[in-house]
Design a protein around this ligand. Structure first.
Ligand code: CA
Length: 185
């Protein structure tokens, strides 16, 4: 019941009083993730290019992970979005796929599972030089598709998370409610 009351209050203000002597603070961390298809993504074009490992770390600090593209629908939605935003063949973006555990066995760093879907570019994956173990997206043949590339190379990143923003109610650093918003459209 207490949580229900707090949840209602959460939508009405940013500071609530739950008892005569205790004031709880409510916060919402709105961020820059946008809904593309059925998922929320953050396109890290604005930031400096970095290697695949740092890209994943930076996504984690935002409460997400590198984008795990798991269907043709997701790939198409993301590709159309990137093209509509004007990204070109020179804009390369790290995503979650890698075969660092076992060569040519691509898994998602986000789920730990084999990737269920690939949209490789022509003649990819080629593991050129035997050093290409991380997947990025690039614009080839009028769509964004996948290429394996050396994980230590530098690119932008696409982060993903299953909700748009975090809201929380806490007292002295103790979070007693953690609400995660999504959108219905
Ligand atoms: Ca390659």
């Amino acid at each position: 019941m207490r949580n229900l009351i707090a949840l209602i209050l959460l939508f009405t203000g940013f500071e609530v009083t739950l008892s005569q002597s205790t004031t709880r603070s409510v916060g919402c961390k709105m961020d820059s993730f946008v809904k593309i298809g059925q998922k929320y993504y953050f396109i890290r074009k604005e930031t400096r290019k970095t290697n695949w490992f740092n890209a994943q770390n930076e996504c984690l600090t935002m409460g997400g992970h590198l984008a795990s593209i798991e269907s043709a629908e997701e790939m198409e939605a993301l590709s159309k979005y990137l093209m509509a935003k004007g990204y070109t063949k020179n804009d390369w973006f790290w995503v979650a796929g890698n075969d660092l555990g076992n060569n040519r066995e691509f898994k998602s760093i986000a789920t730990g599972k084999h990737l269920p879907y690939f949209n490789w570019s022509d003649k990819q994956p080629d593991n050129k030089g035997g050093t290409e173990h991380c997947i990025h997206l690039w614009l080839r043949d009028d769509e964004f598709s996948m290429n394996d590339w050396a994980c230590t190379q530098k690119a932008h990143a696409i982060c993903e998370k299953p909700y748009k923003c975090d809201c929380f109610l806490n007292t002295g650093g103790e979070t007693i409610i953690d609400v995660r918003f999504t959108e219905n459209n």
